[in-house]
Ligand binder design. Structure first.
Ligand code: COA
Length: 177
C-alpha cells in the first residue's frame, strides 16, 4: 500500500478550510500531479504558479483546501472566482480548479469541498455557477452532474499559428528602419 494511501479500516478526518499563504506551494504541487499538459491541453488556462497566486491574490475567499487533520496533509483544493457583468443583475461564480490527490479520491472529499465552496458562493450573492473541463474527463463530468450541474454547452477552441505573420512583421520592421 502506498504510504500516503488511507487505510480502509481507519477513520479519516477531513476538514475543509480557507487556503492560507503556507498552503500555496502544496496546492501548486498537488495541481501539478493532476493538471499536466497532456491531461489539460487547452492553453487558455494552464496550471502554473501564477495561476494559483493570481486566484489567491484576487479571490482568496474562494480558495479552499481539504486537509487530513491528523497529519495536516493537504489532499484537495478548490480555486474559484466571481464574475459580475455590466448591465446584468446576475452574479456568476466560476469554480476554476478543483483537485483531489489521486490517493484520496473516491471518498467524498470533492463533495465536501464543493459543499463548502457552494455555501461561500451563495453567501456572496452568486446566482449561476459555472464549471468547465475537458470533454473526455468523465470523472469530473460525473462529479459535476452529481453536484447538480446541467446544460452542458459545446464550445470549440480554434488556433491560428501566427509564425508567418510574425515573420512578415519582423521583415517589415527591418525594412522600415
Ligand atoms: C473529479 C474529482 C475532483 C472527484 O473527486 P473525488 O473526491 O474523488 O469525488 P467524490 O468522492 O467527492 O465523488 C462524489 C461523486 O462524484 C462522482 N465521481 C467521483 N469520481 C468518480 C469516478 N471516478 N467515476 C465516476 N463518478 C465519479 C460520483 O457520482 C461520486 O458520488 P458517489 O461516490 O456517491 O458515486 C477528482 O477525480 C479529481 O481531482 N480529478 C482530477 C482533477 C479534475 O479533473 N478536476 C475537475 C476539473 S477542474
Amino acid at each position: 500500500m502506498n504510504e500516503k494511501e488511507p487505510s480502509k479500516n481507519k477513520k479519516i478526518n477531513i476538514i475543509t478550510r480557507h487556503m492560507e499563504i503556507d498552503d500555496l506551494a502544496k496546492v501548486f504541487h498537488l495541481g501539478e500531479k493532476l493538471f499536466t499538459a497532456e491531461k489539460v491541453p487547452t492553453l487558455y488556462r494552464t496550471w502554473d504558479e501564477y495561476e494559483v497566486l493570481t486566484l489567491y491574490q484576487g479571490d482568496s475567499e474562494f480558495c479552499l483546501v481539504a486537509e487530513e487533520e491528523e497529519k495536516e496533509e493537504i489532499v484537495g483544493f478548490t480555486l474559484g472566482t466571481t464574475i459580475s457583468k455590466s448591465h446584468s443583475a446576475w452574479k456568476y461564480g466560476h469554480l476554476v480548479w478543483l483537485g483531489i490527490d489521486p490517493d484520496w479520491q473516491g471518498q467524498g472529499i470533492a463533495k465536501k469541498l464543493f459543499d463548502h465552496f457552494l455555501d461561500l458562493m451563495i453567501e456572496d450573492g452568486v446566482r449561476i455557477l459555472l464549471v468547465d473541463t475537458e470533454s473526455d474527463n468523465k470523472k469530473a463530468i460525473n462529479f459535476f452532474y452529481k453536484m447538480g450541474f446541467k446544460n452542458p454547452q459545446d464550445h470549440v477552441y480554434l488556433t491560428l499559428n501566427l509564425d508567418n505573420q510574425r515573420r512578415q512583421y519582423r521583415e517589415k520592421e527591418i525594412y522600415d528602419h
